[in-house]
Design a protein around this ligand. Structure first.
Ligand code: VGL
Ligand code: ZN
Length: 217
């Protein structure tokens, strides 16, 4: 069983959003096409969903600025601009994203004292969103990941998917990175590959799918 997992494709991560990911809007048509054409039995999305004043926001720490690093509950924490505040427009899914195909949405980042980059666990691996068990209950063995941002939430979601024993694919053209430091996206892809994540383009995945159903592969 295959699951398509769309990570944090939300307004605040689009180029006009509060925490802009360059070209983040370009993942929307890739996500829509894969939802239509990949034939994954399971389609889910994650949604960054912070309470106002979340501990990952620079504005919650006096004298700190976005992209500085601090400590939060014993963990290194990059401080971000306020983003994806619960029920705000910025937390909504990207315009044009075909959310009607989502079977379930897993929200993360609700605990004000810890950030949650992965769609499976918080950054301290203390609490669980339920995504792993939900996928396993449905017999999912293969996870196809795309979304925003490659070097933050997509990477941590992919590393956890591998650790949980899913065959994990990164749909590389369906992701864009934030690149707080230049080269972060490149390094993130290498780190995912070292952990066992396979990297493919949507064309490759759809091509092999077409070849399979035509009996050619
Ligand atoms: C993300 C930074 C802060 C992401 C979420 O979705 O990649 N990045 N919160
Ligand atoms: Zn966040």
């Amino acid at each position: 069983m295959r699951a398509l997992v769309l990570v944090d494709i939300q307004r605040d991560f689009l180029p006009t959003g509060a925490l802009p990911v360059p070209k983040g809007d370009e993942v929307v048509p890739v996500a829509n096409r894969l939802m239509r054409e990949l034939g994954a039995e399971v389609i889910v999305a994650t949604q960054d969903w912070h309470p106002p004043g979340h501990g990952s926001f620079a504005s919650s720490h006096s004298g700190k600025h976005p992209f500085e690093v601090t400590q939060l509950d014993g963990l290194d924490q990059i401080l971000w601009p306020d983003h994806c505040v619960q029920r705000s427009a910025g937390a909504e899914f990207a315009p044009g994203l075909d959310t009607g195909r989502f079977q379930k949405v897993f929200r993360k980042g609700e605990n004000p004292n810890v950030d949650s980059y992965s769609g499976f666990f918080d950054n301290g691996h203390r609490s669980d969103t339920g995504l792993g068990a939900w996928l396993k209950d449905r017999g999912v063995t293969d996870v196809y990941l795309l979304g925003l941002a490659t070097d933050v939430c997509v990477m941590y979601t992919a590393l956890d998917a591998c650790r949980l024993g899913f065959n994990t694919w990164l749909v590389v053209d369906g992701c864009r990175g934030v690149n707080v430091a230049p080269g972060d996206t490149h390094r993130a892809i290498e780190e995912m590959q070292r952990a066992g994540v396979r990297v493919a383009t949507s064309e490759e995945l759809l091509g092999s799918r077409a070849a399979q159903s035509a009996g050619l592969a």
